[in-house]
Design a binder for this molecule. Structure first.
Ligand code: SF4
Ligand code: SF4
Length: 118
């Protein structure tokens, strides 16, 4: 997200939801230490916000992000959601290896997505 949008104006531009992440088999999400290439790491803002979904097909919409649980617990979009499960902040070596092994595409045959970049 990392930017204001026309739906709400509560993003704090922390940029944490614009880090790469894994969605594991038990639906746990893990942040990884790889910022999206379109995130300005100084301003923490998206550099392609208006066309982000065209430029980056793995960039989630706000609704998708809430449904999947990609926002940290203190993100204003989810801070008041009961039962919300935020991503794990600390990655492991195994998480990094899983990410590096991933081919970059979600399953196309009906299987649940297990890994996703952003
Ligand atoms: S985690 Fe929340 S506050 Fe931070 S950039 Fe993403 S949407 Fe904005
Ligand atoms: S394109 Fe990247 S930097 Fe921009 S909102 Fe999406 S994940 Fe964040």
């Amino acid at each position: 997200m990392a930017e204001k949008n026309d739906k709400e104006d509560i993003c704090r531009q922390c940029g944490r939801c614009c880090c790469a992440k894994l969605i594991l088999d038990d639906n746990e999400i893990v942040y990884l230490p790889y910022p999206c290439p379109y995130l300005d790491e100084h301003t923490r803002r998206c550099t392609v916000y208006e066309r982000r979904h065209a430029v980056n097909p793995n960039c989630l919409t706000l609704d998708e992000g809430i449904r999947l649980g990609v926002f940290p617990a203190d993100c204003p979009y989810v801070a008041d959601l009961k039962g919300y499960r935020p991503p794990r902040e600390q990655w492991t070596q195994q998480d990094l290896e899983l990410y590096s092994e991933w081919g970059g595409e979600d399953d196309a045959d009906g299987h649940r997505n297990t890994r996703r970049k952003f």
